[in-house]
Design a protein around this ligand. Structure first.
Ligand SMILES: Nc1ncnc2c1ncn2[C@@H]1O[C@H](COP(=O)(O)OP(=O)(O)OP(=O)(O)O)[C@@H](O)[C@H]1O
Ligand SMILES: [Mg+2]
Length: 349
């Protein structure tokens, strides 16, 4: 049975979405699955920059400091109180255990104290649903993605292709066998002495570079829908080591542009091949790496199949995506008990 067959029309509901799986403390109110009444994101990027990556204990402590203020602000921005909220959706996993627990406990406390249903959400599902979200003040809301669709999820910890026949139904076609695309951006940025997080730094450096300067390998993983980025990462490292050994300057812009071009080409070509093979109506590209300008332009300009990519502020972690996914679970009647555990490892399908 599909969601569209079970509940038609979909119910009116406002969902409070709470996200704390990594280094962003976020909350949002989503109306009817798509309309974003508010979104508040307290990022910890500046705190973790000095470590060159996320320091888990520091992250959970920072979530504790900010979570209630973030939730309160999200309700205030939406001009609503908890009595106007139909369900609280919270990220259950995957993510850092200590960080997840903070969001989960805050959600449970509010759910218990105000007698509001609780729904645990998969963070990856949230990323995909960020493509359904639009700002409440949008004059002409965009059409939602149509099923069947192909979702390319490209984030800091995941890179996978999922076929969706309907809401909340995922068939994983393939995934990275080693580094996630975002992880590759972060690691290559470190090699080039660019700041954390690596994606935006590589993108900025690549603006002045020649994407054809280095012909880095494109791992096609033929015969599968899987990805691999470790060979590409090692190829960049080899060039950097060689130049360093020869005491020659590192052409950061050209390396960044050539690396980015290789990632974008592999992600685009594989996604399009799968989209054609499975005859999908729409393509969704989501997750932190979907903020990449070159990736966005490539998909939006080249694909003949309609492509949905979240607005820039919704590509990386946010509460709106959790609220949106939460709404479709709510519509299906999903409710979780108040003893719900976090799941630091939790595949989508
Ligand atoms: N403009 C950009 N170009 C390329 N990569 C980017 C860009 N902006 C952000 N990223 C990358 O996106 C990643 C962060 O995305 P996201 O917040 O979705 O990941 P995460 O939540 O840490 O991981 P996951 O969602 O898999 O648990 C980082 O690896 C970052 O470098
Ligand atoms: Mg994420």
């Amino acid at each position: 049975m599909t969601l569209r067959k079970i509940v038609q029309p979909l119910p009116a509901a406002r969902i409070l979405g709470i996200e704390s799986s990594c280094d962003e403390t976020a909350a949002s109110v989503i109306e009817n699955g798509r309309s974003m009444l508010s979104s508040v994101i307290a990022t910890q990027i500046e705190i973790h920059k000095k470590y060159g990556g996320v320091f888990p204990e520091v992250a959970s402590r920072q979530h504790i400091r900010t979570i209630y203020a973030v939730i309160e602000q999200a309700l205030q921005q939406a001009h609503l109180g908890l009595s106007d909220i139909d369900a609280i959706a919270v990220t259950r996993g995957p993510g850092l255990a200590g960080s997840l627990v903070v969001g989960m406990n805050a959600a449970k406390g509010l759910a218990l104290g105000h007698n509001i249903p609780l729904i645990g959400i998969n963070h990856l599902e949230g990323h995909i649903y960020s493509s359904w979200v639009y700002s409440a003040d949008t004059i002409q809301p965009p059409e939602p993605p149509e099923f069947p669709l192909l979702a390319l999820l490209v984030s800091g910890g995941h890179t996978e292709l999922n076929l969706m026949e309907d809401h909340l139904r995922y068939k994983r076609l393939g995934a990275t066998l080693d580094d996630a695309a975002g992880e590759a951006f972060d690691k290559v940025a470190r090699m080039l002495n660019l700041s954390y997080p690596g994606g935006p730094s590589i993108q900025a450096a690549a603006e002045d570079g020649d994407p054809t300067a280095f012909n880095f390998p494109r791992s096609r993983m033929s015969g599968t829908w899987d990805f691999s980025f470790s060979g590409l990462k090692t190829a960049v490292l080899r060039v950097v080591r060689k130049l360093e050994a020869e005491h020659r300057p590192i052409p950061v812009a050209n390396l960044a542009a050539s690396f980015q071009a290789a990632v974008v080409e592999v992600l685009y070509s594989k996604t399009m091949k799968a989209a054609e093979e499975f005859g999908v109506k729409d393509i969704v590209v989501a997750g932190g790496v979907s903020a990449n300008r070159s990736l966005r332009e490539t998909f939006l300009q080249k694909s003949d199949i309609p492509v949905h990519i979240p607005s820039l502020s919704l590509c990386t972690d946010n509460g709106a995506m959790i609220g949106s996914a939460g709404y479709y679970h709510y519509a299906l009647g999903h409710r979780d008990p108040l003893n719900l555990d976090v799941l630091p490892t939790w595949p989508l399908s």
